[in-house]
Design a protein around this ligand. Structure first.
Ligand code: ZN
Length: 450
């Protein structure tokens, strides 16, 4: 069976991920992501109304025109998890393919909401839920199956999809960390990865997320971030003024730890901001979390401002607002609080907790610097970096190569500079650049079996 892998997006950047695997006549697409930084750098760009080709020209979504060079039928579009760099282009590209979107329940729900917000294209692909551990027949050959393996990441319900072919398995490894004690959901299924590495013809190719490949050691578990947060919040338990926290709104495990510790401190947690309401509301509706009844969630500007007024009237010491703005985004809630644009008034000594790391990119670094300065001018004390990454570091990558023993490795989810440490690591495991270690760029096709 002929096997090709098309590296469409996310091979020159972190963002706009998209990869396709052709096994004989059948094609499976993994991810259709958005590179948000390419959108945000322009003022007031509303992607909802934009055409795909304009977004491709901006470098915001994958240039999928290389798909016409793959001979076969697309049988499924498979986003691995709900982060925008993996699902954000579905509303712009999926309608060009006559195939269902197959994803885990939480991811499917986020895809559905994104499609509903789309204003340029009518996207009517079937939305099909599939859980980790399940298999799906691909095409009519009877020889190709899709499997979801449970992984752990900074968003719930993440999976790594595997395409089983007579030539071996193709494992798509974006995005994960190796967490054996996650706060929500099951640990990463390393047993299944080891089995896949040893059954049938083994693993033909492993496509890997190289985000943190250059960082030594192991990415700590989410339990570590939870412990760090508990320590910080315990240390300011007696403070009788304002405490505000911010984190990734899609990071449900972290949000739920913040909610729990707020209750322990005797404060009412309130989630504020559109995306806070969206991700947490969806997670609660689908039964992934069960927040206490008095947790407020407010997305719209007016209801947010009304809530801030209520907090000021009833006393800041009784509340813990959990808000958007961990990267200092100019329009996010925390930045507006720093500029004094909300009814919430910060006083000398009030605490601001960043349960996030600055994404190392000049725009983020600049915006976050500005936000912290503005908060500081109002007297706020900053607690930052209460966080662990969602991506594997060096030893996690080493363990994955041990578990899967892939015949070919394809680094992804980085630029050339970011691939370098992974290439070093893979070389130490015996892989050779150009032979079985394929460093590539966007828009290429790697022919694995002729
Ligand atoms: Zn991700």
């Amino acid at each position: 069976m002929e096997i090709d892998i098309a590296t469409i997006g996310g091979y020159e950047e972190v963002g706009r991920q998209m990869t396709a695997v052709r096994a004989g006549d059948d094609i499976v697409i993994f991810d259709m992501g958005l590179n948000l930084s390419k959108v945000l750098i322009h003022d007031n760009v509303e992607t909802e109304r934009m055409h795909s080709l304009d977004l491709i020209d901006m470098g915001a979504i994958p240039d999928d025109r290389v798909m016409s060079d793959l001979e076969g039928d697309v049988q499924a579009i498979v986003p691995t998890h709900g982060h925008l760099d993996h699902i954000g282009a579905i509303s712009k590209l999926a309608h060009r393919y006559d195939a269902p979107i197959v994803a885990s329940p939480y991811t499917i729900e986020l895809v559905k909401q994104q499609i509903e917000g789309e204003q340029k294209f009518g996207v009517d692909n079937d939305l099909q839920k599939m859980e980790a551990g399940e298999m799906l027949e691909i095409g009519d050959s009877g020889n190709v199956q899709l499997e979801f393996v449970n992984v752990t990441h900074s968003i719930i319900d993440a999976i790594n999809p595997v395409v089983h072919t007579p030539e071996g398995a193709i494992v798509y490894g974006l995005d994960k960390r190796m967490d054996h004690t996650p706060v929500i959901g099951d640990p990463i299924d390393m047993d299944r990865f080891r089995e896949i590495g040893r059954e049938g013809n083994g693993v033909l190719a492993y496509i890997e997320d190289c985000t943190n490949a250059g960082r030594k050691g192991r990415t700590p578990s989410e339990s570590t971030a939870r412990g760090h947060l508990k320590d910080v919040m315990g240390s300011i338990e007696d403070y009788d003024g304002g405490i505000v926290a911010t984190t990734f709104s899609s990071h449900i495990a972290r949000v739920s730890s913040l909610v729990e510790f707020a209750k322990d401190m005797g404060r009412q947690p309130v989630l504020l901001g559109r995306s806070m309401e969206k991700y947490s509301g969806t997670a609660e509706r689908l039964g992934f979390v069960d927040f206490p009844d008095d947790v407020g969630m407010y997305g719209h500007r007016k209801s947010v401002d009304r809530t801030f007024k209520r907090i000021m009237n009833e006393g800041k010491e009784n509340f813990l607002p959990i808000v958007t703005g961990h990267q200092g985004e100019p329009r996010a809630m925390l930045t507006r609080m720093g500029r004094g644009e909300t009814p919430y008034q910060l006083d000398e000594g009030d605490k601001v907790l960043f349960s996030a790391r600055v994404i190392p990119e000049p725009t983020n670094e600049g915006q976050r610097y500005q936000s912290e300065k503005l908060l500081g001018m109002q007297g706020a004390r900053i607690y930052d970096d209460i966080h662990v990454s969602g991506h594997l570091r060096e030893e996690g990558h080493y363990q994955m190569l041990d578990a899967l023993e892939p015949q070919n490795v394809i680094p992804a989810h980085q630029d050339m500079k970011g691939f370098a440490p992974y290439v070093d690591l893979a070389a130490k495991k015996g892989y050779t650049l150009g032979r079985d270690l394929h460093v590539t760029r966007n828009g290429n096709i790697i022919n694995l079996v002729e």
